[in-house]
Design a protein around this ligand. Structure first.
Ligand code: NAP
Length: 331
């Protein structure tokens, strides 16, 4: 294995196919790639220029959501490139049309991170509903003067109406996790899900009705142009003043400034956010807003999920480069 941005320019001395890991891949999957291929890891610090030169001659690329895979990168790799394996289920960082035009297969890592991400959404929901970050900040900074019946009051989620936007794998698991909370369960998706409805007593509604009726709204739709700012000023205006909004989908789903204004002005109850527009920057208004629980995009960050994602990436690359159908083909 070659490590570091410079290593990408080394030529293969073996007959092995070449796989370039644009950033890094946990050992669980990287080791199996190393058994089959000449593997180059460009590293978390590599810049775009180093990546463009480092991918030359690659048969397979491993990437993640932080890096835009576009025509320029595919061309820099060369016409022998067969697969782009994304470490993650969301693939809004990959230009699918550019991949299809060049006969490059794109894969992702669904299912293995579903539970981890749904659990994080629940953790953020509960932390936001009770303003745990604000209460902890007060405690640490010496503002706890003793037990006070009126201080730090929040919202209970039991018997609340809970709405999931994008009830796919993760949204569905989130609904399952909260099914013991009682109350009503609403969801939106592009298509209704009779199975989910029967299993979890959930009801499909239009987005506006979900936003108007729900006490807790959890966003699990993918990023991309279709869902950009689906929660904008108008949508936020539909929310109850006590509503808790959680986003573990993509930062682009929510207009950050509109959300921060609503929190500032007490027009919504609280927010729990794992994803942000323009990551890794976090919009300043959200950092300054009250009653918001923030996490640095850690939805899938459990030992179990991240190792499984790593193995899934490897399985996809190995399948494509050995001429088989990959288990998780996107296009
Ligand atoms: P999924 O199974 O494909 O679910 C996505 C859901 O969104 C589906 O129900 C889909 O509807 C719905 N949807 C798509 N476009 C929509 C639109 N325009 N309006 C309303 N709903 C729409 O994907 P998943 O595995 O649950 O993952 C969902 C997303 O979570 C990923 O794309 C990724 O961005 C995010 N994610 C974040 C983290 C994190 O670390 N925070 C971790 C993993 C995933 P249909 O069912 O009708 O197709």
């Amino acid at each position: 294995m070659n490590v570091g941005p410079e290593a990408g320019s080394l030529r293969s001395v073996s007959e092995k196919l070449k796989v370039v890991i644009l950033r890094d891949l946990l050992p669980a999957g990287r080791r199996s790639l190393e058994e089959h291929f000449e593997v180059t890891v460009l590293g978390l610090e590599a810049n775009r220029q180093q990546m463009l030169s480092g991918v030359a001659g690659a048969d397979g690329l491993v990437t993640d959501l932080t890096f835009a895979v576009d025509g320029e990168l595919l061309d820099a790799a060369g016409p022998q490139l067969k697969v782009v394996a994304n470490f993650g289920v969301g693939y809004d960082n990959v230009d699918l049309d550019a991949c299809v035009e060049r006969d490059v297969i794109v894969t992702n890592t669904p299912d293995v991170l579903t539970n981890a991400t749904a659990e994080l959404a629940l953790a953020l929901a509960m932390a936001a509903a009770r303003d745990l970050p604000g209460a902890e900040r007060d405690l640490r900074e010496g503002r706890w003067g003793g037990w006070d019946p009126g201080q730090w009051r929040g919202f209970e989620l039991s018997d609340a109406t809970i709405g999931v936007v994008g009830a796919g794998r993760i949204g569905g698991r989130f609904l399952e996790l909260v099914s013991g909370f009682g109350g009503e369960r609403l969801y939106t998706a592009r298509a209704s899900k009779p199975d989910l409805e029967a299993r979890l007593d959930a009801r499909w509604v239009e987005l506006d009705e979900l936003l108007t009726e729900s006490d807790l709204i959890s966003l699990h739709a993918p990023g991309g142009p279709e869902t950009h700012h689906m929660i904008d000023e108008r949508a936020i205006g539909l929310l109850k003043p006590t509503a808790v909004l959680v986003n573990t989908g993509r930062g682009t789903l929510v207009d950050s400034e509109a959300l921060a204004r609503a929190l500032d002005e007490g027009r919504i109850g609280a927010a729990g956010l794992d994803v942000f527009e323009g990551e890794p920057e976090v919009p300043q208004p959200l950092l300054e807003a009250p009653r918001v629980a923030l996490a640095p995009h850690i939805g899938s960050a459990t030992y179990r999920a991240r190792d499984a994602m790593s193995r899934t990436v490897a399985a996809n690359v190995i399948a494509v480069l050995s001429g088989a159908n990959p288990p998780n083909r996107v296009v």
